[in-house]
Design a protein around this ligand. Structure first.
Ligand code: SF4
Length: 356
């Protein structure tokens, strides 16, 4: 596998913090925020400046990457959030982000619609306030639902943003999956289910109903060939998984080490890629035992009467509501339903939400 001269996906962490303390969050839960648990990186709030954001977009825009405006944080609390959205539009790039939805007020919804921002995904995780409390530490499900509907309604006749709701499958909410689909299919354009990634190393054996014996032999992990993950301080972490590891790792700093191209093509990234190309991923402590490489397998899809269901990896399933596909960029797949790969294997007939 080879990387392009510049990354195809740029993941930009506008700030290193969040306005919630979701109990299942590997970064900012109440427990993780205890001084003895909170990594140094999170102890002081960092907000990327407009000047830094502009520098990043000036460098990446000629290469037309797809941009995600968050890593594991709440992007809308950044004072530079709107500036970053405008940079995406100014440079004619495509963008997406995940949010907890708390800041989707009238002004923000109007802004996202006016900007014709492509894709917004709101974490909901529950159909009852009790379950929401377990997932996100809050009970205001009615307000969250109102905020999602507000964004959908703000579009009026316009098509964008494409609005998704997301659900991280946990033992305490698994029995709400079908109700979640039934409720949101009338409002959202796409419903995404994600398997929980355990604290240190993604482990597919903890995903419900994944048949390990059907997983093909390991292949190089496309994360390090395709995506760059830029932390709020400019440090590059190798992939979305190391971004979430309690052990801090940096491949270089784009503000101090000569920019994105330099770090992306630098010695450490190349060493990681060489080892993966030689099937020596176990020589990298972070990759040894990390099952997230399954995200590099061939994505799958199937159609039902109501949904076009796509699964880019055993970790994720997207239910695209068929009657609202007109705002879906199915070629560029900026909402990451198998980005960069438009060949899909047929999903097994039995594979439904029960298999997430
Ligand atoms: S195998 Fe895991 S840790 Fe290694 S690059 Fe892929 S996602 Fe990151």
């Amino acid at each position: 596998m080879k990387s392009n001269e510049m990354p195809e996906i740029v993941r930009l962490e506008l700030t290193n913090t969040c306005n919630l303390k979701c109990p299942h969050c590997r970064h900012h839960s109440e427990e993780k925020r205890l001084p003895e648990n909170y990594p140094e990186y999170y102890k002081n709030k960092i907000f990327m400046s407009e000047e830094q954001i502009k520098k990043i977009f000036d460098e990446i825009s000629p290469h037309k990457p797809s941009v995600t405006l968050n890593v594991a944080n709440e992007p809308m609390i950044s004072p530079s959030f709107k500036f970053a959205v405008k940079q995406i539009k100014k440079h004619d790039l495509s963008g997406t982000f995940n949010t907890n939805g708390l800041m989707l007020n009238e002004d923000m919804c109007k802004f996202l619609v006016e900007q014709e921002f492509e894709s917004v995904n709101i974490s909901v995780d529950a159909v009852t306030p009790e379950t929401l409390k377990k997932a996100r530490g809050i009970t205001a499900l009615d307000k969250l639902v109102r905020n999602v509907k507000r964004l959908v309604n703000a579009r009026n006749e316009k098509k964008l943003p494409r609005v998704g709701v997301t659900f991280v499958v946990m033992p305490y909410n698994k029995n709400e999956i079908n109700k979640f689909i039934d409720f949101w299919k009338d409002y959202a354009d796409v419903i995404r289910f994600t398997g929980y990634i355990t604290d240190k190393c993604p482990d597919i054996s903890v995903l419900p109903d994944v048949e390990i014996e059907k997983i093909p032999p390991r292949i190089p992990c496309k994360q390090i060939y395709r995506d760059i993950v830029i932390r709020a301080n400019g440090d590059i972490t190798p992939c979305v998984i190391t971004a979430e590891s309690p052990d801090y790792i940096s491949m270089g700093n784009i503000f101090e080490d000569g920019g994105i191209r330099k770090v992306w093509n630098g010695k450490i990234f190349q060493e990681w890629r060489n080892l993966h190309n030689q099937s020596k991923w176990d020589d990298i402590s972070n990759c040894k035992g990390c099952d997230y490489w399954v995200d590099s397998l061939q994505p799958k899809e199937k159609e039902t009467e109501e949904f076009l269901i796509r699964s880019p990896s055993p970790y994720t399933v997207f239910y695209n509501v068929k009657k609202r596909l007109d705002n879906w960029d199915s070629v560029n797949l900026i909402d990451r339903q198998g980005f960069g790969n438009n060949n899909f294997d047929l999903m097994e007939e039995s594979a439904t939400s029960e298999h997430i």
